[in-house]
Design a protein around this ligand. Sequence first.
Ligand code: BES
Ligand code: ZN
Length: 385
Amino acid sequence: MDTGFSAEESWRHVERLASEIGSRSVGAPAVDKAADYIADQLASYGYQVERQSFPFQRYIDQGSQITVERPHQLAIGAGVMQLSAQGEVTAALVDVGLGRPSDFDAKTVKGKVALARRGGISFDEKAANAMAAGAIGLIVSNNEPGLFEGSLRTPVSIPVVAITPEDGQRLRALLNEKETVVRLAVKAHVQEGTTQNVVGTRPGDRAGAVIVGGHYDSVMAGPGANDNASGVGVALEVARALAARDYPYTVKVIAFSAEEIGHLGSRHYVSALSPKERQSIVAMINLDMVGVGNNLTVAGTGQLVAIGVDAARKAGYAAARLYGQGGGASDHTAFLDAGVPALYITWGPDPRYHSAQDKTHHVQPRLLAATGQIVLDVLKFLSNG
Ligand code: BES
Ligand code: ZN
């Protein structure tokens, strides 16, 4: 089936965004260059282009640090979590597993610093559970190599920092032997600015709109080729392919900013919708990390997930289905939270996730093409249904 989707064109967008423009961490000039590039592409396909600006705040780490005070002195590198409290606390450390409510015993956590592993539940939930149990600080150890740039969605009143899995193991090993006292120092300054979502619209004859989107910002650590120039590259090619046919619904192709610091772009977009606009959305399809890995996952609203799995099967891929938010939070969650039907498509695992190595040459055109085909097939199904 010729869908009009070109894997090469899609890959070329990834190359432009990740290799030529580079790391697109919100606050850096590269973000606006990327927005210009995306806007130009959408305009060239005949879309009406709108820039939706919104304010952001981000923490710039200025050397947050964990120091083990007892049983012996040890310095551990830590990264501040966005929206953590600042300041310094010193207390005994307590291991709280994944940080689920059942992992806490309020008696032993009160007044201490909790050490939780990443995974299972969101950082916000870990922090809320830790605070409810009386913890005065939270350390989250990564479940993948290296540090990570994590983010809370709402400000919290205790310091929350990230450490590597190796340092997590070191702390747990110490804890198993002796009482361990740590000092947690969070030093960051708040950078404020504005950034923008890029929204391309192609009006349809039928009432209702479909949204295809993905975030175009990246973490500071790397160029964000798979995360998420890949999703934007596919969304742009889907935009081009749809412009060449008669599609009944209004099509909106949206490149969200500030996903990596708490899904700010998608949340801003959803919060700015009138009830009528919100109800007119037939489906939101979020593409995040669609160019690396062997496993395809579709998540989101039940009915859309079923349609997505069928479309994947037709494209020759068996997809794992997840109902609800799916692994790794992303821009579809703002839509789901607002009751908008949403579908999240992602490939994985990506061993270079959030690293300096997340480069264009690791992104596979074949996966971009498969994703594009699935999206176009889902959209076709929705317009026939
Ligand atoms: N693309 C990732 C989400 C993801 C991670 C998908 C791993 C598949 C596998 C996204 O850009 C991201 O990193 N999200 C953050 C949350 C955000 C609020 C900082 C995350 O999942 O940690
Ligand atoms: Zn992402």
